[in-house]
Design a binder for this molecule. Structure first.
Ligand SMILES: Cc1cc2nc3c(=O)[nH]c(=O)nc-3n(C[C@H](O)[C@H](O)[C@H](O)COP(=O)(O)O)c2cc1C
Ligand code: SF4
Length: 390
């Protein structure tokens, strides 16, 4: 993994040798887009937070370590193996936007990492890499860890902020975006664990190094959590633009029928499209590639994922709260051979409505896998409908 080869604190030293605007410019020049899924340009996010009006001059840096997407586990590996690099990236982010306080929002199920992460922060304080005078620069920055409680929706940045403020984790209306008004109403940068790690690497190796990896619109390397029907599941690093076929081959997936790229909220890509690229301009993902073997019933996969969304919907808006339950009931009826073609079309229409009418990304993405299965495996799906009901 390239990140494991980055020399400790080289990025932080390089950042502190620049002024904050220079750090933002370096991240912008790298072309990096956020590694958490939405793909927002990181340098622009930092610039917007730095320029936003901050009451009392307070700004926050939040590391989104909630990692609840089924099939995604690369952030867990980073936090376990390279926590210094992640905290270094947060410190660089703090310097860039003028923040003195970082918060790492750690997924509740990752509580077993907490003691090691706290120890890492203590070591960094003792080494002068956190605290009132980071690396003798006069810049003050420290990081605390906040443990989540197991809600997938709390990975959505505004729900995460609500949770940080001690409320029920429900997404906020946007605008205002967190860069303008986030934690406690202050400008807040929320970035993924991997984004912070690459930010430290970019400062260490230079924007050009990063920008020359990947494609024009999807720069840099990307960590992918590869799981499912493969011989060697694990975290892999590829330049963005890599084909799905290459990823599956590296992990030892043979005769795969499909790949669910992007996790439960992603899309089901059929084998004939394995030449497509993993990138922001083609098939994008926060990091999950779930390989589906040739023997699997795709509707069983769809049922499993729809059940997940029906359970994880925060219930705030109707399209998601009701829609996920209706889609789950529909998949179950389909599998029992009790659905008509018209009812299947109604499910597609409901899924399309959820995409546009749900309040946050959870409900907007919840029908994705089902809709892509219905679109790409139509004859297999229709095979579950009794002949008289077609
Ligand atoms: C339901 C839902 C769950 C999410 N979970 C995560 C998560 O676990 N980790 C993450 O980094 N981003 C997650 N996101 C995306 C965040 O809202 C946000 O876009 C991201 O943390 C920004 O970081 P980045 O720009 O570095 O990608 C989630 C979004 C939604 C809608
Ligand atoms: S889309 Fe779902 S998770 Fe998001 S606000 Fe609506 S009910 Fe809550």
């Amino acid at each position: 993994m390239t990140l494991a080869t980055i020399e400790a604190e080289q990025g932080l030293r390089a950042a502190l040798a620049l002024d904050p605007a220079g750090v933002v410019a370096t991240i912008r020049e790298s072309g990096m887009k956020g590694r958490g899924g939405a793909g927002f340009p990181t340098g622009l996010k930092w610039q917007l937070a730095a320029e936003a009006v901050a009451p009392d001059g307070v700004r926050y840096v939040v590391c989104n370590a909630d990692e609840g997407e089924p099939g995604t586990f690369k952030d867990r590996v980073l936090l376990a193996e390279l926590p210094d690099l992640v905290f270094e990236g947060m410190t660089i982010g703090g310097y860039a936007i003028g923040s003195h306080e970082g918060i790492c929002y750690l997924r509740g199920e990752y509580v077993y990492l907490l003691a090691d992460l706290e120890a890492c922060l203590e070591r960094r304080r003792a080494a002068g890499l956190l605290g009132p005078d980071v690396a003798g620069s006069g810049f003050a920055f420290d990081i605390t860890i906040h443990l989540g409680s197991g809600a997938y929706v709390c990975g959505e940045e505004t729900a995460l902020i609500e949770s940080l403020e001690g409320r029920r984790g429900e997404p906020r209306n946007r605008p205002p975006f967190p860069v303008v008004s986030g934690f406690r109403g202050a400008p807040t940068v929320v970035n993924n664990v991997e984004t912070f790690a690459w930010a430290a690497a970019i400062l260490a190796r230079g924007a050009d190094w990063f920008a020359h990896i990947g494609t024009d619109r999807s720069t840099g390397p990307k960590l992918l959590s590869v799981s499912g029907d493969v011989q060697r599941p694990g975290v892999y690093e590829f330049p963005l633009g890599v084909s799905i076929a290459e990823v599956i081959e590296a992990a030892g997936g043979h005769d795969a029928k499909a790949a669910i790229v992007g996790g439960a909220a992603g899309t089901c890509v059929p084998a004939r499209d394995f030449g497509r690229a993993i990138s922001y301009e083609d098939v994008s993902t926060g990091g999950a590639v779930i390989v589906v073997g040739p023997w699997r019933d795709l509707l069983e996969v769809a049922e499993n994922l729809q059940w997940f969304f029906a359970n994880e919907s925060c219930g705030q808006c109707t399209p998601c709260r009701v829609g996920n339950v209706k889609l789950l009931e529909g998949i179950r009826a389909l599998r029992r051979g009790e659905l008509t073609v018209q009812q299947l079309e109604d499910m597609v229409s409901l899924g399309q409505t959820m995409r546009i009418a749900s309040k946050c990304g959870l409900g907007q993405a919840a029908p994705n896998v089902l809709l892509s299965i219905i679109e790409n495996y139509r004859s297999e799906v229709l095979g579950h409908i009794p002949v008289g009901a077609r």
